[in-house]
Design a protein around this ligand. Structure first.
Ligand SMILES: Cc1cc2nc3c(=O)[nH]c(=O)nc-3n(C[C@H](O)[C@H](O)[C@H](O)COP(=O)(O)O)c2cc1C
Length: 323
């Protein structure tokens, strides 16, 4: 039971939030390798694709042992399909937990009653939770929600419904679906949610810097935090959030980028790094580098054209020579 295990050990849960196309196995391995995160949530996969045993989607649920404890997120609108998919994922990959996406605001997802659209249909949402719970037995089931669809107070009625249906943990992004990413995550409302919830609750949204973790915990009284964008290009986020953390120098950053690229190549087996460029863009944001680097604009432009490992090596050498 990953939730109780972590809470019994250290009181607060530091978790990597699910991010489509980003929190894949190589990135989760890097986060775990650096340390500081208690659990990683893998990006959402479609329950419909899982029950069809679509090879690419099944592959997205694969992980290596070092990623544990790991939670696999599913999205879908049909209770029985979701239950079937959860059972298949448990049999195929055996993660520590299953998470249900009830927070995604993207039209492609909500137009099929998936993601945050489920907050408009509490009885369907409860049905999904009940069926998935029945399918996965003792495996913890978490649910990721927003404050509401358009009303930022919807969580007040929604939380008791999903708890009653069987949610073991709730993660709450402090925005509505209608807000998308506009405005700021409402940590005061997350505090209200924490008072309502009887299961552990993780705060999410706008915890961009490691130092803000403690601010968010103080303000929300949540049982932990779920970090998304703050960890992109910054897999050190979780270790840096610990009080006695040491800053990371440029050489170490370049070493981890090399290692991440190597894992990416091994995982995707494509022989090129084109799909790794999105991570490079994050790693080389000014806020991530933490120091001035000569010719940085030119270096960023080169990185966005990197095709293979040796091309990447030669750009990284310019930033911080290995010897
Ligand atoms: C690129 C990207 C992909 C995301 N994919 C997912 C996803 O698959 N499932 C999910 O529940 N949330 C997803 N989210 C939302 C994040 O998990 C998180 O709730 C949101 O970004 C707010 O947290 P932050 O301020 O720490 O980024 C995604 C966010 C980003 C930026």
């Amino acid at each position: 039971m990953w939730i109780q295990d972590i809470l019994a050990k250290k009181k607060t849960i530091f978790a990597l939030s699910p991010m489509a196309d980003m929190t894949d196995s190589p990135f989760c391995q890097i986060v775990r390798m650096i340390g500081g995160a208690d659990v990683v949530f893998r990006e959402m996969v479609s329950s419909e694709a899982i029950v069809r045993e679509n090879a690419k989607t099944m592959g997205m649920t694969d992980f290596v042992e070092s990623e544990r404890p790991i939670v696999q997120q599913l999205f879908g609108a049909d209770p029985l399909t979701m239950a079937n998919a959860a059972e298949i994922v448990m049999r195929h990959a055996g993660p520590e937990g299953i998470d249900i996406n009830m927070g995604c605001p993207v039209y492609k997802i909500t137009s099929n009653f998936n993601g945050c659209a489920l907050m408009k249909e509490p009885s369907r949402a409860a049905g999904i939770i009940r069926e998935v719970k029945r399918a996965i037995g003792a495996t913890p089931l978490s649910v990721k929600i927003r404050l509401g669809w358009s009303d930022p107070d919807e969580f007040r009625t929604f939380i008791p419904i999903i708890e009653e249906a069987g949610a073991d943990l709730i993660t709450l992004h402090g925005r509505t679906k209608v807000q998308g990413y506009a405005g700021v995550s409402d940590w005061d409302r997350i505090q209200e949610a924490k008072k309502i919830a009887t299961v552990p609750l993780l705060a999410n949204g706008d915890i961009h810097e490691p130092s803000e973790v403690w601010e968010a915990l103080d303000q929300t009284h949540a049982d932990g935090v779920l970090i998304a964008r703050g960890a992109l290009g910054n897999p050190w986020f979780f270790s840096l959030a610990h009080p006695l953390a040491q800053q990371v120098d440029l050489k170490e950053k370049m070493r981890i980028i090399r290692e991440h690229a190597r894992l990416h190549l091994v995982h995707y087996g494509r022989g090129n790094l084109i799909t790794f460029r999105k991570h490079l863009a994050w790693y080389f944001k000014a806020s991530r580098l933490g120091c001035e680097i000569p010719h940085i604009k030119e270096i960023r432009a080169c990185l966005m054209q990197v095709n293979n490992f040796s091309e990447l090596e030669s750009v990284l050498e310019r930033v911080a020579p290995l010897q």
